[in-house]
Design a protein around this ligand. Structure first.
Ligand SMILES: *Cc1c(COP(=O)(O)O)cnc(C)c1O
Length: 379
């Protein structure tokens, strides 16, 4: 059994109550007990999306949710503007291409936020763009994209704005209706604090008009059929009963706590990590850091792949490394999920020890004091 601290940007650590719920006896997805759970979760999901539109709970990973958004509004041959600021942006552009879109790839330097004025210019020069794709938080670099500003611009055009909120929705404020987002997806193993296996999606009224006339290849993710099933109190195919039952608990908990308070909790972890990073002499990678996770540059003499492995095997802390061009250069520390102050403190101390092993000398007593004073609220 693993006793490691898991501070990855998903999957995340689970609340003790969620672990209990996950081990309850199996129930049937066409039974009455499940009917009540489905009804309540689908209703309560609207609170997180901050929408009046129906929200769907799909048995799929986050990427499945991205595909669902896309295939229900994209007809082959249509022009799609894809904002790419990291790995997940690449994935969505590739996906759109796989479904026959004519994709304009707008590359943004990794670690930087999109410039809304540039996007406005591209949209003015390409009036036939039908869909714009962006991550809310690009998890590969820990960067927050200016979704509100982008939505404001795209709303004035005929294009639909689809947003991958897999490490945003439930981590910081992203009100779908108020900002005018046309399609939004969240993932169970990220900000929803559950195991991997479910994606949550929602479409705007503007998107629903397009859904009705979209000619695309889809079957499993046919959202009109899913809606019809949901209206009868069912899901289109077998439901992920186990995760949905735990989701019901998580959503009720969030509602009781309030979104503001949830976001504050996550923000505090991000602030703590930034402060500790400074004390450890590690620079932030992102120029527009998200609260969901923090990406830190490692000193250039450290082999990041080995360093991350040492953290896991010797110090029992699991964080993520970098991908592609960032491989071996950064570590990414997650702030979503069930994280205690002790987890945060231990992670800092073990990170400090690991850095010491690599001759990046840290005074452990100073770090310990700084960590304690932040956690006890003295700073
Ligand atoms: C994790 C993640 C995904 C992919 O989710 P899977 O559940 O692995 O399919 C997509 N986008 C972002 C921003 C993510 O963080």
């Amino acid at each position: 059994m693993s006793n490691s601290i898991l501070l990855a940007p998903g999957p995340v650590q689970l609340h003790p109550e969620v672990k209990k719920i996950l081990s309850l006896p199996m129930i049937h997805h066409r039974g009455l007990e499940f009917d009540a759970i489905l009804k309540s979760t689908l209703h309560n999901l609207k609170f997180i999306f901050q929408t009046t539109q129906p929200v769907f709970a799909l048995t799929a990973t986050g990427s499945g949710g991205m595909e669902c958004l896309l295939v229900n509004v994209l007809s082959p041959g249509e022009k799609v503007l894809s904002l790419i600021s990291g790995k997940f942006g690449e994935r969505w552009a590739d996906m759109a291409e796989a479904f026959g879109a004519h994709v304009i790839r707008h590359h943004i330097e990794w670690g930087k936020a999109a410039d809304p004025k540039e996007i406005e210019k591209i949209l003015k020069e390409n009036l036939d763009i039908k869909i714009v794709l962006s991550q809310a938080c690009e998890t590969s670099t820990g960067t927050k994209q200016p979704i509100q500003e982008l939505a404001h611009i795209i709303q004035k055009t005929n294009a639909l704005f689809l947003v991958d909120g897999i490490t945003a929705l439930g981590a910081y404020n992203i009100p779908m209706d108020a900002w005018g987002i046309d399609g939004l997806v969240g993932g169970s193993q990220k900000a929803f604090m559950l195991p991997t296996g479910m994606a949550f999606v929602c479409f705007s009224e503007k998107a629903w008009k397009k859904i009705k006339i979209t000619k695309s290849q889809k079957f499993y993710f046919n959202i009109e059929n899913e809606l019809a099933a949901n209206l009868k109190g069912e899901t289109l195919f077998s439901s992920n009963v186990i995760i949905l039952r735990a989701l019901d608990y998580v959503l009720k908990n969030i509602q009781a706590q309030g979104l503001e308070s949830l976001f504050k909790t996550i923000e505090r972890r991000a602030l703590y990590t930034k402060e500790m990073a400074q004390a450890l002499g590690l620079e932030l990678y992102s120029q527009a850091p998200s609260n969901s996770l923090t990406a830190l540059k490692l000193p250039s003499h450290i082999d990041g792949v080995q360093f991350r492995a040492d953290l896991e095997l010797k110090h029992h802390v699991v964080v993520m490394g970098g991908q592609d061009a960032l491989k071996g250069k950064i570590i990414r520390i997650g702030h979503m999920g069930y994280i205690t102050d002790e987890d945060m403190h231990q992670t800092t101390m073990r990170l400090a020890q690991a850095l010491n092993d690599y001759n990046h000398k840290i005074n452990l007593t100073t770090i310990e004091e700084k960590s304690h004073s932040f956690i006890s609220g003295k700073v």
